[in-house]
Design a protein around this ligand. Structure first.
Ligand code: URA
Length: 228
């Protein structure tokens, strides 16, 4: 499968030496054909944008790869860059508490980010960086096949929905991302800065939970019908 890459190895400074032809074992494959392991390896090796230069670890994602619910944040921060896991800093602790409030843990769901490497000084990822990582995220979604996506924060929601609409206007509605229902909510880092918005975030959690329950019930009744 894929394209075989052959490289002619000839020391430039001594052109008279015999040429060595080596087959590079790493076969280039389109991201859309990669399985979970191959996808992870490509993310680890990725140098497509500037962000790879300063990263400690890539942050692929964490949780249940068969999850019904997939959360998509923005980009790794300092702690995530060190540990190689999304949402492990202060915002992550609040996210865990929010999940707990709707009887979910990190192991029940899948958590990823739009970009897999930390932007310097935690700035927002730019369009080029998000575009460079887009195939990876898209393939993660294709492999997980979540029943519901939650875009966590403005950057993620606007990127996934390809819009400039403020997050306050995107929340509390159901959208579609490639035929998968998508709901947007505030980023926990924003809630840490603005605790007065926590009440709205609690409403979002109820909205997410109700939507997920309804979606799963519909799938269950469809499965029951098709088994008869
Ligand atoms: N913020 C995000 O959007 N993602 C993380 O992984 C951590 C903080």
């Amino acid at each position: 499968m894929g394209i075989q890459v052959w490289i002619r190895r000839q020391p430039i400074e001594s052109p008279n030496l015999p040429t060595e032809i080596v087959q590079v074992n790493e076969v280039i494959q389109p991201v859309s054909s990669l399985d979970w392991d191959a996808l992870q390896k490509q993310v680890i090796a990725c140098t497509s944008c500037e962000l790879h230069k300063n990263r400690t670890k890539t942050v692929f994602g964490v949780g249940n790869p068969n999850a019904d619910l997939m959360l998509i944040g923005e980009a790794p921060g300092a702690e995530e860059d060190i540990q190689g896991e999304p949402f492990v800093g202060r915002a992550g602790q609040l996210l865990n508490a929010m999940l707990y409030a709707i009887n979910l843990t990190r192991d029940d769901i899948y958590i990823a980010n739009v970009v897999k490497c930390r932007p310097p000084e935690n700035r927002n990822p730019n369009n080029n960086e998000m575009a460079s990582c887009n195939n990876f995220l898209h393939q993660q979604i294709s492999l997980i096949k979540p029943k519901l996506i939650v875009a966590v924060g403005r950057i993620s929601a606007q990127h996934l929905l390809d819009t400039n609409t403020p997050i306050g206007k995107l929340r509390n509605q159901q959208f579609n991302y490639n035929n998968i229902p998508l709901i947007a909510t505030y980023h926990p880092a924003y809630l840490l800065r603005k605790p007065s918005e926590k009440r709205k975030s609690w409403q979002d959690l109820q909205f997410i939970n109700n939507n997920l329950t309804t979606i799963l019930q519909k799938i269950q009744s469809y499965d029951n019908l098709s088994n008869h």
